[in-house]
Design a binder for this molecule. Structure first.
Ligand SMILES: *Cc1c(COP(=O)(O)O)cnc(C)c1O
Length: 433
């Protein structure tokens, strides 16, 4: 029987050595840059709190209509500053990242308008929102919004590269668009994630072709991975989930929309109704939690990114293809590892689950999940259900059998999991047999 005084079992020595060797490389070549980014983001976040004079009075909710809720209004302003935006709408009534994006688009678009996505196929769950899969009432298509999709990338999947200037097909489509939609993170595709430098350049080119276009960025997974946010490099509006990066692991639910004040106002009307906008809505005594989550977010994102570089490094050493590579500049907290077989994807996710704090005794199995078109195996032994700033893994069961690993509120968790994954999968650095 395990007793409280028992020390944990010794770590498998060979796998531990591989992890330590990877850490020595990362400490030299990769982590200093990430730490500098996190410090810059943290400084912006804490200055936002100071500028808005956050105090105890912001931590209490007003029931009913929620009129004059000081905490709700202050949370919006602190997030706006932290995200380099004019205004923000931060709500637990926004149920997910997909919902935040859907409300954002409804705020910007009217019947007859054209929505142009320039980063190829959007994240799976957006397909029903747009009306390009299924035919749901309430889809943008049913509301008379034209959707057009082009790709700024050359090539497909892992071969995709972003050329210096936008391809001709993209340039030709931009002048007619009311909203130009950019997905920053790769999500569950293999094309590269956009760096902030790329995003800045892309937006400059869009402006030249169509100065009136609303540039909308799906910022899911991108927050605090670089020194600037999309709204700091020219985007008009962006949206994301609070159970990803900006919730800092504390937000129990919610989403945000941030950007130009006129657009955020329209989005608030789309979320509640004209006349209420951002001025109503109960906050469930969660303003303190959302603010504290934002305060924790840059540090938590740093921990997650360190964990992902470790995963990339040890699997590269074992001969697997990874995107991004351990030393690449990152624009999100996702690590794709091409495992090459459905069995390995399932096994990998089962091991991630085993080194989780919640439901570690459960063994995940592939299943079809609403909003996704292929069977997916998902590991997420997280405190907040579905939270992917917490250490978690997803593998859509389709070729080339890539597992998507993300998150880690503390680096110690992915580190421990990697040691055991290397051991259990029998992987080792071919250079040190
Ligand atoms: C997670 C994600 C979404 C949607 O977020 P949900 O909260 O799961 O609805 C949209 N776009 C990208 C790129 C994402 O990673």
């Amino acid at each position: 029987m395990t007793t409280a005084t028992e020390t944990p079992a010794a770590l498998p020595a060979k796998a531990l050595r591989l992890v330590e060797a990877a850490e020595a490389r990362l400490r030299r070549a990769v982590w200093p840059r990430m730490e500098a980014i996190a410090q810059t983001c943290f400084q912006r976040v804490i200055e936002a709190f100071q500028a808005e004079k956050i105090g105890e009075e912001h931590f209490y909710s007003v029931t009913g209509y929620g009129h004059d809720d000081l905490g709700r209004a202050a949370t919006d302003r602190v997030f706006a500053r932290a995200l380099q935006a004019e205004s923000a709408l931060v709500r637990t009534q926004i149920v997910s990242g997909t919902h935040a994006i859907a409300v954002g688009l409804r705020g910007c678009l009217e019947p007859g308008d054209t929505l142009l996505c320039i980063t190829g196929a959007p994240y799976d769950t957006l397909e029903e929102v747009l009306g390009i899969r299924g035919d749901q009432p309430g889809s943008l298509k049913r509301q008379g919004i034209h959707y057009q999709e082009v790709s700024a990338f050359e090539g497909e999947g892992e071969e995709a590269v972003l050329p210096e200037s936008l391809p001709q097909a993209v340039c030709l489509a931009i002048p007619a668009a009311k909203v130009v939609y950019i997905q920053r993170s790769r999500g569950y595709s293999l094309r590269p994630t956009l760096s902030i430098a790329n995003l800045r350049r892309m937006i400059e080119q869009i402006r030249l072709l169509n100065p009136k276009a609303i540039v909308f960025v799906d910022n899911c997974y991108g927050e605090f991975t670089d020194t600037d946010e999309p709204t700091g490099v020219g985007a008009d509006l962006m949206a994301g989930s609070l159970i990803k990066n900006p919730g800092g692991g504390l937000a129990p639910t919610g989403g945000y929309i941030a950007g130009r004040t006129d657009l955020v106002t329209a989005c608030a009307n789309a979320l509640t109704c004209p006349g209420v906008g951002a001025k109503g809505g109960y906050t469930f005594d969660l303003s303190r939690t959302l603010l504290q989550g934002l305060f924790m977010a840059p540090g938590a994102v740093l921990e997650a990114m360190k964990g992902m570089t470790l995963a990339a490094s040890v699997f590269e050493a074992a001969g697997y293809a990874t995107t991004p590579c351990a030393t690449d500049v990152r624009g999100d907290i996702i690590q794709a590892i091409r495992l090459g077989s459905a069995e390995k994807v399932v096994r990998f996710c089962q091991l991630v689950q085993r080194f989780s704090p919640v439901n570690a005794y459960v063994s995940p199995e592939p299943a079809v999940v609403p909003g996704y078109s292929d069977a997916v195996v998902m590991a997420g032994g997280t405190f907040i259900d579905g939270a992917t700033l917490e250490f978690s893994a997803d593998g859509p069961l389709r070729a080339p059998y890539t597992v998507f690993l993300q998150g880690g509120l503390t680096y110690l968790q992915p580190r421990l999991a990697m040691i055991h994954l290397l051991d259990a999968l029998g992987e080792h650095d071919p250079r040190t047999p």
